[in-house]
Design a protein around this ligand. Structure first.
Ligand code: LMR
Ligand code: SF4
Length: 515
């Protein structure tokens, strides 16, 4: 098994940097459904460009490389303790090389371990089997989509859909509701795995297990096959679209599994995975530890470089008559008040990252830099230091903004911040603050970490690095960093609009379908 560590390293790098073929095909299908010139089409163009860049740079598709979760099947007699050790070493090495973001944080102290190792991290689950080879599957599921997982306890009342009972139709309602409640926050269009039955933990386990099924397989249980087909057909009618911008493609895959339950409990557990659906697998020779075969290789591959030639994002934008506005911080109140929902901005200059730890900190501390007129970027990048001690951004897409909702408005007012960049939108409190103070919310494309890293021309400084790499305040000099105004200083919010209209659309699915 001396090659096992290297095999695991290769699996980790491949999973983080290259989307599997079945996922690519699903994204290509989504792209074909969107009309050129719309915001959703533009977002998908950026996603596709990002996938291509991650391939070429062998760098993380998304900066959030998730909680590494390994599912391993071994023949009797294989030493699982040795395998665990090798996996942990491979994880640490991949982190050092910028293929994974240091993502393991002590939940009590907030300290980042720096190497992706920690209590319970990575997750490694073993099972024995009769075959003579080892099967290792890895999923890197990021935090934004993990936060949108949801579990229903039937019977229950669902907004828009009414009562969901303990039957197939109740399950149908739960799944539609799960897609609705995620909106764009889990970087839609997404994939969902559903677990019917079990208890609260085994139900979620089953839901996550479904994410290992190939996107285009067929459920062997007839009722579930029908339900999967129904969901794929109808969830896209909710109009949430890529990034919650509105559009035709909201769901890219739906896989449903079932297990027994106890009489008092009836859980429907839904695991939501973003478009950056990073899961891969290998077959391993138990004697040498070498990779015998890569999994998820069936079917056609999609050549996204050809797709890109066809649809250049900028051309699509012009066709859609979108205003494109160049911004150079510091921004004045007047400049910001001229921006309207739907405008596209291109930022050049220095922007400052700030996510969960920074927002909490700024509530009762001074800012380490003068933030007056500046732009905060909700982002936790992957950073590497070169031999001369200079930092480089290896992956730097936006993080989910709604987590900063309790702080954002106050911080903008306290420090004179004029714009925040993030993804998924923010709520009523921030919208009110944008109006009162004169600010905008700019939506970048979630998961497009290579695309945005390419806009970062230099790293000019860093503060509060003690919070760990993802949580520090990085000073990034960017050029033509493109984002869409989705909340403006006139009380308009695209997110609020899409949420409202998708709730209306959800209610068309109230009547029973599976009797
Ligand atoms: O942690 C991040 O960088 C992003 C996260 O996955 C998110 O979607 O919010
Ligand atoms: S930022 Fe989006 S694409 Fe990346 S892990 Fe989070 S949900 Fe997934």
């Amino acid at each position: 098994m001396e090659k096992f560590q290297q095999s695991m390293y290769d699996l980790i790098v491949e999973t983080s940097t290259k989307l599997p073929k079945d996922v690519r095909r699903a994204i290509a299908r989504a792209k074909a459904r969107e009309n050129a010139g719309t915001r959703a089409a533009m977002a998908l163009d950026t996603i596709v460009e990002n996938i291509q860049m991650a391939d070429e740079n062998v760098s993380p598709i998304c900066q959030d490389t998730g909680l590494p979760t390994f599912k391993i099947k071994v023949p009797v007699g294989v030493n699982q303790m040795e395998m665990k050790k090798a996996i942990r070493a491979a994880i640490a090495e991949a982190t050092k090389n910028g293929k994974l973001r240091p993502n393991s944080v002590d939940s009590l102290t907030g300290k980042n371990s720096g190497d992706n190792l920690g209590e319970g991290v990575p997750v490694i689950k073993f099972e024995q089997w009769e075959n003579d080879y080892i099967d290792v599957r890895l999923i890197l599921k990021g935090g934004g989509c993990e936060n949108k997982n949801i579990q229903y306890s039937l019977p229950c009342e669902l907004e828009g859909l009414g009562r969901a009972g303990r039957d197939l139709d109740g399950i149908r309602k739960c799944i539609l509701h799960a897609v609705y409640q995620a909106q764009g926050q889990g970087c839609s269009a997404g994939f969902i795995g559903v677990g019917i039955g079990g208890d609260r933990s085994s139900g979620y386990e089953l839901a996550k297990e479904q994410l290992f099924r190939p996107v285009d397989d067929v459920n062997p249980i007839e009722e579930l096959r029908q339900l999967e087909e129904y969901i794929m057909e109808n969830a896209n009618k909710l109009g949430i679209g890529t990034m919650g911008f509105g559009g035709e493609s909201t769901l890219l895959g739906c896989k449903i599994g079932v297990m027994h339950r106890i009489p008092a409990s009836f859980f429907v557990s839904v695991a939501y995975n973003c478009w950056a659906f990073r899961r891969m697998g290998v077959k391993i020779d138990p004697a040498t530890g070498e990779i015998i075969e890569w999994l998820y290789q069936d079917g056609e591959d999609v050549d996204f470089s050809k797709e890109l030639e066809k649809a250049e994002a900028a051309v699509a934008l012009e066709q859609g008559n979108t205003r494109v506005i160049d911004l150079v911080p510091p921004l004045s109140e007047e400049q910001v008040r001229q921006l309207r929902v739907g405008d596209v901005v291109r930022i050049s200059g220095v922007i400052y990252t700030g996510r969960d730890a920074i927002h909490k900190y700024l509530m009762d501390h001074d800012a380490p830099v003068d933030l007056n007129g500046q732009i905060i970027y909700h982002c936790g990048p992957v950073m590497l230091k070169d031999e001369e001690g200079r930092w480089h951004a290896k992956a730097a897409g936006p993080t989910t903004s709604i987590r900063e909702e309790p702080y954002q408005g106050d911080i903008m007012k306290k420090f004179g911040v004029r714009a925040v960049i993030g993804k998924g939108g923010m709520g009523a409190k921030t919208l009110q603050a944008l109006k009162e103070h004169g600010g905008v919310y700019l939506n970048a494309i979630g998961g497009a970490a290579q695309y945005y890293a390419d806009c970062i021309k230099s790293v000019e400084g860093v503060d509060l690095l003690e919070f760990g790499i993802p949580e520090a305040m990085w000073h990034l000099r960017v050029e033509n960093f493109t984002a869409v105004v989705t909340m403006d200083s006139h009380g308009n919010s695209l997110h609020e609009d899409v949420e409202k209209s998708s709730l209306e659309k959800l209610s068309q699915f109230k009547e029973p379908v599976f009797k």
